[in-house]
Design a protein around this ligand. Structure first.
Ligand code: 9PG
Length: 554
C-alpha cells in the first residue's frame, strides 16, 4: 500500500501493508516499509544493537566509519551492518524535522533494522514481517510512546515480588570490576567487605546503614572462575563461591555474581567436548563472537537442547551457591547471525535462551550486559545501556585512533547511555559505575561529577572504589550519594534538573574530530596491530601483569 499520510502536522508518503492510527502516531505493518520525508534531514538517531554499541544523534552527511580493530566488531556492533557507513541502526531510527520535532520509525518486533537513504526512512525485518510505530512529535513524547508500545509487546520491568523488594527500586551495588579487574581473590574481597562496614538487615529499598556504606549488593565480577565456560571457583577462591556468598549475606547484603554463559572459548572443556553446541555459519565454520582474554570468542547455540539444559543447570548452580543478583555478560553472542540447531532466527533464538535463564533464576535480580536491547526487554530487571566506563574520559589511542565509540571510557559510556534513557520505563538502566576516588584515577572532579549526575537520573548506583582508596571526605560523599534520591526532571535533549540543579550533558556528546594525516598513519598501524590475535594475547598478558604490579604497590 502506498499512501500519503498526515502524521502530526506533516504530510508523508508511506509504503506498508497495513496502517492504523494509535495514540501519538500510527502502527503500520510490513516486511519492508518506507517513509518518504517531505524534507532533507540533517541529523539521524542511530541506535546500536547491544549494550556497548554506539548510539546517538549523528550528522547525516558524515559517514559512520567502521570501528577497529575488525576482530572486535562482533563483540561491539551488529556484525551484519558493521561496514555500513550510511545512517542506519537496530530496530529504530529517527530524524530531526525542520520545526525541531522528531520523526521516528521504530520496529515493534525483533530482527528489524532502519536506515536513512536520502529522504527516505526505510525499515525491514530480516525474516517475515512485523509492526512499526511511526510518529512525528517532540522528541521525548515520540520516544515515550514508542517505549509504551514496546512494553505492551515485549514486557516491562517486574514489580516487586520478592520479599527483599529487590526488583522495585534500582539497586546500589559494589562491583569488583573497575578497580581490581581480574585481580580478585577471596582474601581481597573479604577485606573490602569488611571495609564497607556494617549494614542493617531491613528490606531493600528501606535500608538505612549503620555507619557502613549502604550498598544493597556486593557483586563479584570476572576473575573468580576457572575459565570462560568453566564456571567453578578458581584457586584464588579456596573456600568456594558458596562460602563467599554466605560471608556477604552475613553483612545483610545481597550476593552478586558475574558470568558470561553464552560465550565458549577454545580453552574451555565445552569447546572440546561439545562442539555441536557451538554456533556455526552456513559453511559450517564457527561464528566469531569477537576476541577477549587473549582468545577468540565463540557462541553457544541457545536452541541446542543439551546446551540449553547445561545453561539452566548452571543458573541453578549459582542460585544454590547463594547468589541472588546475577550479572550475565557478553549476551549478544546468543543473537549473532548463524545457523541454529532448530533453524530459529537469531533474536528469537536468543530470547528463547533468555526465557529459560529467567525462569531458572526465579526471584533473583537479573542484570543483562553486552545484551541486544529489544530482545532482552521484559526478561531482565536491569540492563547496561552503554559501553564500559574507565578511570579516564577518553583514551586517544583506543577510541579516536581506532575510531571505536564502543571502547571503554566515560565519554563513550555517557554518550550512549544518555541517548537510551527513553528505555527507563521498561528496565532499570545500568549506566555503569561512578568514581569517588582520586586515587588510581585520571578523571577530573568535573568529569566524576557529570558521571554521578547521570547515575542520579537512572538511580542504578554502583561503584568499584575500594574503601581503602577513599579519603574520609570521599567516603562521606559516596555515602551521601548512595542515600540521596533527588527529584529528576528532563528539560531538553541533554539538560536535566537534578535536585534543583541544572545539569547540561551537551559537552560530553560530540563525536571525535576526524583524524589529520599524521594521525591517519598512526591509526592504520594501530588498526593493523590490534587486529592480530597474537598481539592482543601479549597485550592481555601485559595488562594483567601491570595490574598485578600496581595493586601490589597500592
Ligand atoms: C568483565 C567485564 C565487566 C564489564 C562488562 C564487560 O570488547 N571487549 O573485549 C570487552 C571486554 C570487556 C567488556 C566489554 C567489552 O566489559 O561490560 O562490566 O563485567 O566485561 O570482563
Amino acid at each position: 500500500m502506498n499512501m500519503s499520510y498526515q502524521i502530526g502536522d506533516m504530510q508523508f508518503s508511506l509504503t506498508a501493508d497495513k496502517i492504523h492510527p494509535v495514540t501519538g502516531g500510527m502502527v503500520i505493518s510490513g516486511a519492508n516499509v518506507t517513509l518518504q520525508l517531505p524534507f532533507q534531514p540533517k541529523r539521524y538517531y542511530r541506535h546500536g544493537w547491544q549494550s556497548w554499541s554506539p548510539t546517538g544523534w549523528i550528522d547525516v552527511d558524515r559517514p559512520f566509519a567502521p570501528l577497529h580493530p575488525a576482530i572486535m566488531r562482533p563483540g561491539q556492533v551488529d556484525p551484519l551492518y558493521a561496514l555500513d557507513e550510511k545512517p542506519n541502526g537496530s530496530w529504530l531510527g529517527a530524524v530531526e524535522a525542520p520545526d525541531g520535532d522528531v520523526i521516528l520509525l521504530g520496529a515493534l518486533g525483533l530482527e528489524s533494522h532502519v536506515a536513512l537513504d536520502d529522504q527516505t526512512l526505510h525499515g525491514w525485518y530480516e525474516q517475515g514481517s512485523g509492526e512499526w510505530f511511526v510518529a512525528n512529535d517532540p522528541e521525548q513524547i515520540v520516544f515515550a510512546q514508542y517505549a509504551t508500545l514496546l512494553g505492551e509487546r515485549l514486557g516491562e520491568k517486574r514489580a516487586s515480588t520478592a520479599a527483599s523488594g529487590l526488583h522495585s527500586t534500582p539497586p546500589r551495588v559494589w562491583c569488583s570490576w573497575y578497580s581490581l579487574y581480574t585481580a580478585i581473590s577471596e582474601e581481597r574481597l573479604l577485606r573490602i567487605l569488611n571495609d564497607l562496614g556494617p549494614f542493617d538487615g531491613a528490606p531493600w529499598p528501606d535500608r538505612q546503614d549503620r555507619q557502613g556504606l549502604p550498598f544493597d549488593v556486593f557483586q563479584i565480577d570476572d576473575g573468580w572462575q576457572k575459565g570462560i565456560g568453566d564456571w567453578e571457583a578458581n584457586e584464588k577462591f579456596p573456600s568456594g563461591m558458596d562460602s563467599l556468598a554466605a560471608r556477604i549475606h552475613a553483612t545483610h547484603r545481597t550476593a552478586g555474581l558475574w558470568l558470561a554463559p553464552l560465550l565458549i572459548v577454545p580453552s574451555s572443556g565445552i569447546y572440546r567436548q561439545q562442539p555441536d553446541w557451538l554456533l556455526h555459519d552456513e559453511k559450517g565454520k564457527l561464528v566469531s563472537a569477537g576476541f577477549n582474554w587473549g582468545e577468540p570468542l565463540y557462541a553457544l547455540d541457545t536452541t541446542h537442547p543439551a546446551g540449553l539444559e547445561w545453561l539452566a543447570a548452571l543458573m541453578k548452580k549459582v542460585r544454590a551457591w547463594g547468589y541472588d543478583y546475577i550479572k550475565l555478560d557478553f549476551l549478544y553472542a546468543g543473537a549473532l547471525p548463524g545457523v541454529r540447531h532448530n533453524g530459529m532466527s537469531r533474536e528469537a533464538a536468543y530470547r528463547h535462551g533468555l526465557k529459560v535463564i529467567r525462569e531458572t533464576l526465579g526471584e533473583a535480580y537479573f542484570l543483562t550486559c553486552g545484551a541486544p536491547i529489544l530482545p532482552s526487554l521484559g526478561l531482565c530487571d536491569g540492563m547496561r545501556l552503554g559501553p564500559d566506563v574507565a578511570a579516564y574520559w577518553d583514551s586517544n589511542r583506543d577510541s579516536r585512533l581506532l575510531n571505536n565509540l564502543a571502547a571503554p571510557g566515560v565519554q563513550n559510556s555517557l554518550r550512549t547511555t544518555l541517548h537510551r534513557l527513553w528505555l527507563r520505563p521498561l528496565v532499570h538502566v545500568d549506566p555503569d559505575v561512578v568514581y569517588f576516588r582520586a586515587r588510581e584515577n585520571n578523571l577530573s572532579p568535573e568529569q566524576k561529577q557529570i558521571l554521578q549526575y547521570l547515575v542520579e537520573i537512572t538511580g542504578f548506583k554502583a561503584t568499584s572504589d575500594l574503601p581503602a582508596w577513599l579519603t574520609p571526605e570521599e567516603r562521606a560523599a559516596l555515602a551521601d550519594f548512595l542515600k540521596a534520591k533527588p527529584p529528576v526532571k528532563q528539560t531538553g535533549r541533554y539538560t536535566f534538573e537534578i535536585g534543583g540543579r541544572r545539569v547540561d550533558f551537551s559537552s560530553a556528546m560530540p563525536l571525535p574530530q576526524p583524524l589529520d594525516s599524521l594521525e591517519k598513519i598512526h591509526s592504520s598501524l594501530l588498526c593493523w596491530l590490534a587486529n592480530m590475535p597474537r598481539v592482543l594475547k601479549v597485550f592481555d598478558r601485559f595488562s594483567r601483569w601491570m595490574l598485578a604490579r600496581s595493586l601490589r604497590e597500592s
